[in-house]
Design a protein around this ligand. Structure first.
Ligand code: ARG
Length: 582
């Protein structure tokens, strides 16, 4: 249980004792401003309103019983405004929480009381296409949320729903066949540039009727399970995923080959799904195609929207696959919850698929299917992020550029480092900066990709947080102390110590919030504020200076160690490395 939940339960009990109906919530939130206390309970007003009584009177009653209940926990409680209760934590109690947190390597984060099986749909690039910046968001955010859920003890299944099926494979196979006639080793060489391979296939298809006819024939054969076509298809999938695996590795994201669960995996389920939907009278034949009409969505003329699940030629669609996929995740993988990290433009598609899934009873309402949408990446000019010539930016090129820029920066700041050290730091900074820029933004908005901002050592950036960690390490080097072996008690007396300590105890609830909301930017905001509180503390409260008493120094060292541990753990949950020095 985190502190917010703990206080929430106490306020709810006090409400009940004051005559509120069973189940009234405490509604405890962190306070927006220090003069309103550390936390604020908002649960009194709605109860008073429902019961037609004076909210401040009810608040006073609640406060009286809370004062007894929280005698050791708070310094002060007060009724404010129309009936808020402001909660001021007692520094000694905060210190006790932190002493406990210090003894574990989890910085006080408690495991989930009810571990779930959570499927996370992430990354999902397409075969025979290079991963581009659009896939960066889904990869990086999905990975961070997966790590957070795992840290809390949930069982996470990372589902990389790659685009590995569709009519385009006819032309890709036909093109690969031609290239292989000239050079049997083609897979390793020419396929290195998948983007070009795809473009050439397309040009070939558009301009050469014989080629196009062959391609169409291969589509039919592939769908019919023809061995040779399947073999060619497999090669395309493997080459693409080998390349993507290298990118995952560079990005430091935990996605392995075993996590690949592409569209093709559901092929065998599709005829059964269509037959079942027909039997359930959800799907009807319409002009030769199978269609589900959904009253929930309106078509152009205000009529029920028709969602095609099987085309006239017998082909299935992206939506049919996502229906099968949701069913599989619940039935076969045993999901208690499914999170989809996909571009906002696919919102309608998912809503269609899931409405059908619910109507058919494939996944019960108790199992949430959540679309965690995100906007597109924009260039500094506010237009979609493109290369100078207007093409999509390849992820691998982007990472190369990040590395070049970070290397220059690090060389300038650390002329004394060895070549090897510099390379390590530059890599951590480069990858960290690119990922953090993406992770720290509220996901739903489009975001502007800006090299200078993301590599800055000031502001809400990865380098700023990584730097804060190195500063703490250097404090310990100077003190000749070990971070895990600080003796002595925490003594919270200075305002800056107090502010830092109250921030530190919020880590547990922030991690819980990230898991619940699926939003890593909440963690980024926290880490940034924590680093800020640390910097202010360090300015006001010297550690290694002459004249600092021994107990005070030990206490401050312990605070520093806790900050470093939270920053490291937090950055770890985001998939970002820290370094010894920078
Ligand atoms: N491959 C798709 C794309 O690149 C994303 C797939 C997302 N996942 C899903 N279950 N539909 O746009």
């Amino acid at each position: 249980m985190n502190i917010r939940q703990f206080l929430d339960a106490k306020v709810a009990a006090a409400l009940l004792a004051a005559g509120a109906p069973e189940g009234s919530a405490g509604m405890v939130r962190p306070s927006a401003r220090a003069n309103f206390g550390d936390y604020q309970a908002n649960g009194v007003m709605p109860v008073a309103k429902r019961q037609g009584i004076n909210p401040r009177e009810l608040a006073t009653k609640v406060l009286t019983s809370l004062e007894v209940e929280l005698a050791d926990v708070v310094d002060k409680l007060e009724v404010a405004g129309p009936g808020f209760i402001n909660i001021f934590l007692r520094p000694e109690w905060v210190a006790k929480q932190l002493e406990e947190a210090y003894t574990t390597d989890r910085a006080g984060v408690t495991p989930a009381s009810q571990p779930q099986t959570v499927v996370v749909d992430l990354s999902a690039p397409n075969v025979a296409k290079e991963m581009h910046v659009g896939h960066l968001r889904s990869t990086v955010i999905g990975d961070a949320v997966s790590r957070t859920l795992e840290f809390l003890g949930h069982k996470v299944i990372r589902a990389n729903h790659i685009g590995d099926w569709g009519t385009q494979f006819g032309m890709l196979i036909a093109h690969l066949e031609e290239l292989q006639k000239e050079n049997p080793e083609v897979m390793e060489s020419e396929l290195g540039d998948l983007e070009q391979f795809y473009r050439e296939s397309k040009t070939h298809y558009d301009n050469n009727p014989d080629f196009a006819a062959r391609a169409r024939n291969y589509v039919v054969k592939l769908q019919g399970g023809d061995e040779w076509c399947l073999g060619m298809w497999r090669k395309l999938v493997d080459v693409t995923m080998e390349q993507n695996q290298r990118t995952y590795h560079r990005l430091n994201v935990n996605i392995s080959q075993e996590d690949t669960m592409g569209e093709s995996m559901y092929n065998d389920m599709l005829p059964g799904i269509v037959a079942d939907l027909k039997e359930k009278k959800l799907a009807v034949e319409d002009d030769g195609a199978m269609v589900v009409f959904l009253d929930e969505f309106k078509g152009k003329e205000g009529d029920a929207m028709g969602v095609i699940i099987q085309k006239r030629d017998g082909g299935f669609l992206y939506t049919t696959t996502d229906i099968a996929c949701a069913k599989y995740r619940y039935e076969t993988l045993g999901a208690d919850r499914v999170l989809y990290y996909i571009d906002a433009r696919q919102a309608q598609h998912l809503q269609h698929a899931w409405t059908i899934v619910r109507k058919a009873g494939y996944v019960p309402e108790s199992v949430p299917l959540e679309h965690h949408a995100f906007g597109v990446m924009l260039g500094k000019d506010g237009k979609p992020f493109k290369t100078r010539s207007g093409g999509t930016v390849k992820l691998s090129d982007l990472l190369d550029e990040a590395l070049t820029r970070a290397a220059a920066l690090i060389a300038e700041k650390n002329p004394d480092m060895t070549e090897e050290q510099r390379a390590e730091v530059a890599n951590a900074v480069a990858i960290g900066a690119v990922k953090y820029a993406d992770l720290s933004k509220n996901r739903t908005t489009d975001y502007v990709f800006d090299w200078d901002n993301m590599l800055s050592f000031e502001g809400n950036t990865a380098p700023y947080l990584q730097y804060a960690v190195t500063r703490i390490r250097s404090i310990f080097r100077k003190a000749g102390a070990e971070m895990t072996q600080v003796q002595g008690a925490l003594l919270i007396s200075e305002p800056a110590e107090r502010a830092l300590a109250t921030k530190l105890v919020q880590f547990n609830e922030v991690v819980d919030n990230v898991a619940r909301e699926g939003c890593p930017h909440l963690l980024c905001t926290y880490l940034y504020e924590l680093a800020g509180a640390f910097m202010s503390f360090y300015e006001a409260c010297p550690v290694n200076k002459d004249g600092v008493e021994a107990e005070v120094r030990q206490s401050r060292l312990k605070l520093c160690a806790l900050v470093a541990r939270e920053l490291e753990l937090g950055l770890g949950l985001l998939g970002i490395d820290t370094v010894e020095q920078m």
